[in-house]
Write a protein that binds this ligand. Structure first.
Ligand code: OAD
Length: 244
């Protein structure tokens, strides 16, 4: 483990272009439930059964109740050491940060140029797109009414997050793909099963980047990266930065 940390740390030290892809594991130490961990379960539902347009059409109340539960949990959470290190790298080293997390803890830690590939749980948009796709911010906890209504057309509103079966925003895909042209690509705290995010590490590697994974356990990305470090992001990331 120490050797792996030293290797990745040296690569980071010498890199001019660093890209970091993060997933729910980065926020786990803050108390945010991951999607595929046991704590991610809400009632008897798996995220894949709720985070879809079909689920929303079938039962908007149920989907909103799940998001209201997640918002309530996240509202009480603070960024942890992993968010802090990543934020410092974005400011001091120009590291590009791509996140699948919708909790905004990277932003609260002061990350610059963050690409929120799956949107933000604190933003809402009109289901009927009555004024286009532009979301609005609503961080009220609890929300006064479920399901949430669009203030313009009074039809249904939805969380402004990307659901399974939906396309990511073009500008986010573009930014993410551009960021794979880098010297070091870190994939941190993600199960690496949801595309297109999961494919970015291979793309970076194909372009010559040194790639590393930081995760509590092996994932499908582990065999693809140059170095896999298995441990908590909130401990490993400070250890990496501490050697610069
Ligand atoms: P997952 O819940 O699938 O995976 C979290 C990963 O973090 C797992 O591989 C854990 O082993 C790891 N992990 C947990 N605690 C950790 C810690 N302290 N340090 C390091 N690693 C830790 O979450 P994501 O990979 O983010 O998408 O999920 C990807 C997407 O699937 C989400 O953005 C969401 C979800 O459904 C949508 O909603 C579209």
């Amino acid at each position: 483990m120490d050797e792996a940390i030293a290797t990745v740390s040296a690569r980071l030290r010498n890199a001019s272009r660093i890209t970091i892809l993060t997933g729910a594991g980065v926020s786990a130490a803050s108390g945010v439930p991951t999607f595929r961990g046991a704590d991610g379960l809400w009632r008897e539902y798996r995220p894949e059964e709720l985070a879809t347009p079909e689920a929303f059409v079938r039962d908007p109340q149920l989907v909103w109740e799940w998001y209201a539960w997640r918002r309530e949990k996240i509202a009480g959470c603070q960024p942890n050491a992993a968010h802090d290190v990543i934020a410092a790298w974005s400011r001091e080293r120009g590291a590009r940060v791509l996140t699948q997390n919708v909790d905004d803890l990277h932003l609260r830690a002061g990350t610059e140029g963050l690409v929120r590939m799956h949107g933000s749980i604190w933003e809402i948009s009109c289901w009927n797109e009555c004024r286009g796709l532009a979301p609005w911010r609503d961080a009220r906890v609890p929300l006064p009414e479920l399901p949430v209504r669009c203030p313009h057309c009074h039809g249904l509103a939805r969380p402004a997050v990307v659901w399974f079966g939906e396309a990511l925003r073009d500008e986010d895909v573009l930014a993410a793909v551009e960021a794979t042209a880098c010297d070091v690509f870190l994939t941190v705290g993600t199960s690496a099963v949801v595309y297109p995010a999961a494919g970015l590490v291979q793309r970076a590697k194909a372009q010559g980047a040194f790639t590393a994974e930081i995760n509590l356990e092996p994932t499908p990305a582990s065999s693809a990266v140059d170095v896999a470090i298995h441990g908590p992001a909130e401990d490993i990331l400070p250890a990496l930065g501490g050697r610069w």
